[in-house]
Design a protein around this ligand. Structure first.
Ligand SMILES: [Zn+2]
Length: 56
């Protein structure tokens, strides 16, 4: 599955703020995700990001 910047994805676990939705702000070797609930951003290695992201 391909992911693009700007895609809204869901994760298996809720963020502490209660949101499950994240916006992809960077792809490549590392993925950067921005929480749609609180705006928090995380950077993850691609492999790990693909594990926690669930398809919409
Ligand atoms: Zn959040």
């Amino acid at each position: 599955m391909e992911y693009n910047i700007g895609d809204i994805v869901k994760t298996k676990k809720n963020h502490p703020c209660g949101s499950k939705e994240w916006e992809i702000t960077r792809t490549g070797v590392d993925f950067k995700l921005k929480c749609c609930g609180c705006g928090h951003t995380v950077m993850l290695p691609r492999e790990k990001a693909l594990k926690i992201i669930v398809k919409k």
